[in-house]
Ligand binder design. Structure first.
Ligand code: CTP
Length: 396
């Protein structure tokens, strides 16, 4: 129940604003306190009187009305969460660049509470690259996005872009407001996925990693309040919004992205399957099959985990070891050799562990000689085990 929770709702100009009336009704039924701010465009879709009646509070739209000044700073301090629903394409773009031409944006820019948004737009707008960029920017600000749904749209078309249903948003708020917030204020760097090492313009060396494990860790950290940067190799996997994603292809690009982010982070988890070797030279034109035998000269990539281990100051550093034999021995060698604080071992000999599966089976080793073994679990559960183990040792 959201009893006693203070929810500040921002309504923007979208046809989905009609659903906000039902949302406010559900929040009031749960015992939440609700205040509403509207952009001027929102009033074209739903009247302030409707939302004032349902929320039992005056609806604010202007910074100044009849000699009263709406204190935009206090509104963001009053709230436990600011929920912008629906979030239009226009307001999304303004939030991404920090524009401040109405009360809602002034409150957003000065809010000290978490900000969550439920976008609503037509499918083509939703899939436009600028929308994706703007959502990614909000993720970098640690704003959370409630995913859009697929279905009938106001344009008459069917597709992605519908604002989440009020019941879904309530469920999302339950998970968010009643969750463990034990990583609030922490900055986390996670790597995930494979890398591509180019041989020529059409070929590369890679591995079977999908990035699922690292993405699950990034999502777990983010849901527990951390500001997460995910340095992500090539993958088709979906990542929840609210995470800053830095897309990379090669081991060299991943190395540079990590070095940039590491100095200011509190925890770094290197779960990417980085290629250990890369071609010495990339052919500028496609290599033709003229030879019967063909050798590619390879050189070692920079070891990201090891470099971060050498640069480590206040950060907690977590590495992974995927092994096929002598698992414990190799895992401990990586723990000490790369100066990590923890090594997460998964063995390809264990059923349900390794690349591509939705499950994993891990053992975590720390520098104090402790060993924490877990059974086969979903990657989401494994991510929670990893975060819990790290936090337990911090607080021990
Ligand atoms: N790693 C890294 N940079 C690399 C290679 C690996 O940061 N160039 C990291 C991985 O993300 C993982 C850990 O190092 O956290 C272990 O990776 P792995 O490739 O298994 O270990 P290696 O040190 O390459 O040892 P080996 O290949 O001998 O098993």
């Amino acid at each position: 129940m959201l009893h006693g929770k203070k929810i500040l709702i921002g309504v923007t100009g979208s046809i989905a604003a009609y659903k906000t009336a039902a949302l406010i009704r559900l929040l009031i039924k749960e015992g939440a306190e609700v205040k509403v701010i509207m952009t001027p465009a929102a009033a074209n879709f739903i009247t302030p009187l409707t939302l004032a009646t349902l929320s039992k509070n005056e609806v604010l739209s202007d910074i100044a009305t009849n000699s009263t000044w709406a204190n935009h700073v206090m509104l963001g301090r009053w709230a436990d969460v600011m929920l912008i629903a629906p979030l239009s394409c226009n307001t999304l773009a303004k939030m991404a660049v920090g524009q401040c031409d109405n009360l809602l944006l002034a409150v957003y820019l000065s809010a000290t509470c978490p900000v969550v948004a439920a976008p609503a737009m037509d499918e083509d707008m939703w899939h436009h690259p600028s929308t994706k960029n703007n959502l990614n920017t909000l993720g970098g600000f640690n704003n959370k996005i409630i995913p859009v749904e697929n279905g009938e749209l106001a344009s008459g078309l069917t597709g992605d872009g519908r604002m989440a249903e009020p019941e879904t948003i309530i469920q999302w708020l339950h998970n968010f407001l009643l969750r463990k917030n034990d990583l609030a204020g922490k900055k986390v760097l996670v790597t995930a996925g494979p890398t591509y090492e180019p041989i020529d313009p059409v070929r590369f060396i890679s591995n079977h990693s999908t990035g699922k494990m690292g993405i699950a860790i990034a999502e777990e950290m983010s849901s527990r309040g951390a500001a997460v940067t995910l340095v992500l190799g090539p993958t088709a996997e979906h990542v929840e919004n609210g995470i800053k994603i830095v897309k990379v292809k090669s081991a060299e690009e991943m190395y540079n992205a990590c070095i940039n982010e590491f100095t200011t982070c509190d925890i770094a988890v290197m779960s990417a399957a980085v290629a250990d070797y890369t071609p010495v030279n990339m052919a500028t034109e496609k290599i033709k099959k003229t030879e019967n035998e063909f050798t590619i000269a390879l050189t070692k990539t920079k070891d990201i985990l090891k470099t971060l281990g050498q640069q480590k100051k206040q950060q907690l550093l977590v590495g992974f070891a995927l092994e096929t034999n002598n698992e414990k021995e190799y895992a401990l060698k990586k723990l000490h050799g790369k100066n990590a604080d923890f090594i997460v071992l998964n063995s390809l000999n264990d059923a349900g562990a390794g690349f591509g599966h939705n499950t994993n089976k891990i053992t975590i080793f720390d520098r104090q000689g402790n060993e924490f073994a877990f059974g086969v679990k979903t990657k989401k559960e494994v991510a929670a085990d990893i975060v819990n183990t790290i936090l337990k040792s911090i607080h021990a």
